[in-house]
Structure formats: C-alpha cells, structure tokens
Write a protein that binds this ligand. Structure first.
Ligand SMILES: Cc1cc2nc3c(=O)[nH]c(=O)nc-3n(C[C@H](O)[C@H](O)[C@H](O)COP(=O)(O)O)c2cc1C
Length: 177
C-alpha cells in the first residue's frame, strides 16, 4: 500500500469479523515492526502473541476490567507488548540517561510500526492501553511490564473514517503562515 494511503487508512478497529488470523501472518507483522527505531538500537520490546479462542479469552479478561473495551469480544488475535527492564544503551548515553529512560518511546515506535504493518497486510487493529499488567503476567505466567496490547482482526466493515486531528497551527509551536 502507498504510504500516504496506509497512514490514512490505519484506524482503530472496533468491529472485527470472525475471520481467523494465522500465527504466520502475526509473525510476519512482528518481523516488519522490528524495523522500528529505538534508542541506541536497544530494541527493548518483547511480545506475547495469542490467536486461539482460549488464549484470546484470557487476554480479553485483562483488557476489559470495569466493562471497558467490550468490542474486544470479537478480536481474533492479540500482541501484548512488554518493555524490557534490562536495556543496553551506548556508554555515552548511559552516562546521561537512566537505562530505561527511552523504553516507553521505543515501545511507542514499535507499536506504531506494528499497526501500520498490520494494515499493510490487510489486518485491522486497535491499540489498547486499558491493560491490567498484573493480570496479564498471571494469566500467561510471564514476568514483565506490559502497558500496551494490540488487538487484531479483519474488520467487519472497512470504510476509512474521516480523521479528527489537530491542525498544524496547534502542533507547530513556531508556526508561520
Ligand atoms: C496509548 C494508546 C492507548 C489506547 N487505548 C485504547 C483503549 O483502551 N481502547 C480503545 O478503544 N482505544 C484505545 N486507543 C485508540 C485511540 O482511541 C485512537 O487511536 C484515537 O482515538 C485515534 O483514532 P484512530 O486510531 O482511529 O486514528 C488507544 C490508543 C493509544 C495510542
């Protein structure tokens, strides 16, 4: 897909169809997302992937506390993104910044690449920040920090919505007409 089209058509999907999403496709998307930049190329991300009804159900229960994100009932796959605690930065960078200083930025880059790679491969997604980290760790017997999960599937209806975004004047501090 043309980049301009890709970034416009990537949108949060809250209406997934029942179509199965294969692990092969999920791994392809993850491989693509590993091209994301990170501080000192530290690549401080790890992921936990689910695509079976049993595992998806466990994941959903960690993302729907308090009745949130009901639409996830129909999501067909999840990629839970963990930030690693041991991060190797260049010696010079380490002398100025804490080792984990950039982890959340790096995870953001990785997740952005993931959602774009998904779209480019015909899959829709929704980033979920309403994550219960402790429940995810317990449900999958892992031990890490997971603040973001990407829900995936094929959209039931796939019409690009009009984007609601700030204007450049609000974003560029030194904007000149
Ligand atoms: C860090 C982050 C957390 C988010 N958490 C949720 C969430 O828990 N539930 C949800 O429905 N959407 C969530 N979203 C999706 C945003 O609502 C969405 O990206 C935003 O409204 C822009 O719409 P668009 O993605 O369709 O362009 C999250 C997005 C980000 C980046």
């Amino acid at each position: 897909m043309q980049f301009d089209t890709l970034i416009k058509e990537r949108q949060s999907c809250r209406n997934f169809s029942d179509k199965f999403v294969s692990k092969d496709l999920l791994y392809k998307i993850i491989a693509s997302a590993t091209n994301a930049p990170s501080a000192c190329n530290s690549q401080p991300w790890r992921v936990f992937v689910t695509n079976t009804p049993e595992e998806n159900a466990k994941m959903k229960s960690c993302l729907q506390n308090g009745g949130k994100n009901k639409f996830l009932d129909k999501a067909q796959a999840f990629i839970a993104v963990f930030g690693t605690e041991i991060v190797k930065l260049n010696a010079g960078t380490e002398s100025k910044f804490d080792a984990t200083h950039f982890v959340e930025y790096d995870i953001g880059e990785f997740v952005a690449y993931l959602t774009l790679a998904a779209k480019d491969n015909g899959l829709d997604s929704c980033i979920i920040g309403w994550v219960n980290n402790d429940e995810i760790n317990a449900a999958f017997s892992v031990n890490g920090k997971c603040d973001i999960v990407v829900a995936l599937g094929y959209a039931e209806k796939d019409k690009p919505r009009e984007k609601s975004r700030k204007h450049l004047e609000e974003i560029i501090i030194n904007y000149e007409k």
